[in-house]
Write a protein that binds this ligand. Structure first.
Ligand code: SF4
Ligand code: SF3
Length: 549
């Protein structure tokens, strides 16, 4: 075994990747990600203790958040980035240790993550093979800590997008430290870890609310929008990932240059924001969800910018390698990386724009329009219509099909499920899961489209707000009495925080697929089933019978 990673839905054999990642991550990068996480645990060991004395270090809080984001699935594949981050992390750990000693904090003993040293890259790589999740012997403890840490990784991703727009919450940083420190505390019994996982869900709600506030205060509330999926005849840039501040900088810098901008995958919802819709060179969305990028990037012809996940390592003979740029948490040795913006300035995208100008226009792969923009503010404006449709029986059920898409063949289930749903059901979606059914012609119910797309995966928050509003309007005492069913697709760790947030809000009986997480031990899975009614999916027919009944 050269590595062990079990954090995403593609984990080999639904156990874990052990040779290289199914995602394309090399074993070296996987191990270095483990070591970076381990050093963050060491940092948090001190950071958490210091917080009890009200001593905080903003720079280190931000480092922890950004580093966690680097380790989520399909964000960063760059070995040199991880070597650098581990060195930086160990310096921060030393700084915090000194601060703790200076503050008179006494520790009975220090865990290895708080003391280990790696004087060379070689030592670093050697140490990295010993600190992954398999080093936790008890499978239930390993499972609970995994669930907690993967939730925190998703939380960090959303926190960073909010941070990039100038929004942050110290309590969220404090929870990251608390959770990371708890994950090396062998005295914590399982019930304490379960409580922390629930608390993680609470901060999941908070971080999505924070990001919602950051996005909507900066760019306006998403509104119903028809998004063009065809192309124009100009050179162009395709922007992928989730970071709206990058979107803003790119649109500003490309305006008037003759270079068009298209969104890709999770950036599609940028088209719904008033502040972006005003740019006439934002043409629309190109392509589908992340896993189809190898073929679609060949055809796009222009420059491509990854602001976050999901990046797929290119084939050796890919024509587009020199056209791809990364920024923020995204990284791949071989793609050019655009550095962070300096305070108060824009990121410098001039190199991407120059590259785009030398490229041919995109090849058209689709034509037409898709509709979206049904985030909470917009849906609540339609509340009367929606409520009337529910009361008259025109809408029988809402089906939340939010989350992630992925390349497993089994995900055809979601297309078939959407197609097979009775015509009086409306799908509420968010995240790249939508690409499995957002181009089907599912029609509408009295003018309400049968697929309502709220936005990116973090906009699952919108779906929760809508559910809470409906609960209030219908005078119900329990969110589970609403005519809403949850059939959620997961892939990476942002979906883990979304799931924990829904559980914290009291949502029960969520169907989770296409497979249950590899990191759930039988006992932990049992807790989730017995406490929250979480279940897996089976066949479309059987599930429709079960869920719609
Ligand atoms: Fe495997 Fe997923 Fe980990 Fe990649 S992120 S190594 S696919 S479990
Ligand atoms: Fe998709 Fe990667 Fe999760 Fe933001 S882009 S939802 S998988």
């Amino acid at each position: 075994m050269s590595m062990f990673c079990h954090q995403c839905q593609e984990a080999a054999k639904n156990i874990g990747c052990t040779i290289n990642g199914v995602c394309g991550k090399t074993f070296e990068v996987a191990n270095l990600q483990d070591l970076l996480l381990y050093s963050l645990k060491g940092i948090s060991f001190f950071g958490n203790a210091l917080r009890e004395k009200n001593i905080e270090n903003q720079e280190i809080d931000e480092f922890v958040m950004k580093s966690l984001f680097l380790t989520i699935t399909n964000a960063n594949f760059s070995k040199k980035t991880f070597l650098k981050k581990i060195s930086e992390g160990l310096k921060f750990r030393t700084e915090l240790k000194k601060t703790a000693e200076g503050a008179g904090i006494k520790f009975n003993s220090l865990p290895d993550c708080a003391t280990f040293t790696v004087p060379s890259d070689y030592e670093m790589e050697k140490k990295a093979t010993t600190v992954g999740f398999l080093s936790i012997e008890n499978e239930d403890v390993r499972s609970l800590r995994s669930l907690l840490i993967f939730g925190v990784k998703g939380m960090a991703a959303y926190a960073e997008h909010a941070y990039n727009l100038g929004y942050s919450d110290k309590n969220i940083y404090a929870f990251m430290h608390k959770a990371l420190a708890a994950s090396v505390d062998d005295s914590l019994a399982a019930d304490k870890l379960v409580a922390l996982i629930m608390e993680c869900g609470k901060f999941g709600v908070d971080v999505m609310a924070l990001l919602d506030k950051a996005n909507t205060s900066t760019y306006g509330n998403p509104e119903i929008t028809k998004v063009n999926i065809g192309v124009r005849n100009n050179p162009a840039i395709l922007i992928s990932g989730h970071d709206l501040h990058d979107m803003e900088d790119l649109l500003k810098q490309t305006e008037g240059t003759g270079v068009d901008v298209y969104t890709h995958s999770e950036m599609l919802p940028a088209n719904y924001y008033p502040a972006f819709k005003k740019y006439s060179h934002l043409v629309g969305n190109y392509g589908n969800s992340w896993w189809l990028q190898k073929e679609e990037f060949e055809k796009f012809n222009g420059a491509i910018l990854f602001t976050t996940n999901c990046l797929v390592p290119p084939a050796k003979n890919a024509s587009y390698t020199d056209r791809v740029f990364t920024t923020g948490a995204a990284g791949f040795d071989g793609f050019k990386h655009i550095p962070d913006r300096k305070k108060g300035e824009q990121k410098d995208f001039s190199e991407i724009i120059a590259k785009a100008k030398s490229c041919k226009p995109p090849v058209e792969i689709e034509k037409g329009e898709i509709i979206g923009g049904f985030a909470h503010n917009q849906v609540l404006q339609l509340a009367d219509k929606v409520i009337a449709a529910v009361k008259s029986g025109a809408i029988k059920k809402f089906v939340v099909m939010a989350g992630c898409d992925g390349r497993m063949k089994d995900r055809q289930y979601y297309t078939d499920f959407a197609n097979a749903l009775p015509k009086d059901c409306v799908i509420l979606t968010a995240g790249c899961a939508k690409y499995r059914y957002n181009k089907l012609n599912l029609g509408d119910i009295g003018g309400i489209p049968r697929v309502l797309d709220a936005g990116q995966c973090n906009d699952s928050y919108s779906l929760a707000i809508i559910a809470l509003k409906l609960k209030e309007v219908f005078g119900l005492d329990d969110i589970n009495k609403l005519p809403i069913i949850y059939n959620i697709a997961w892939y990476e760790q942002k979906a883990v925080i979304v799931l924990l947030a829904l559980l914290f809000l009291g949502v029960k009986n969520i169907y989770l697929g296409p497979t249950l997480p590899a990191f759930l031990s039988p006992n932990v899975a049992k807790i989730l089933v017995e406490t929250f009614g979480i279940g897996g999916i089976s066949s479309v027919d059987a599930d429709i019978k079960k869920m719609i009944a």
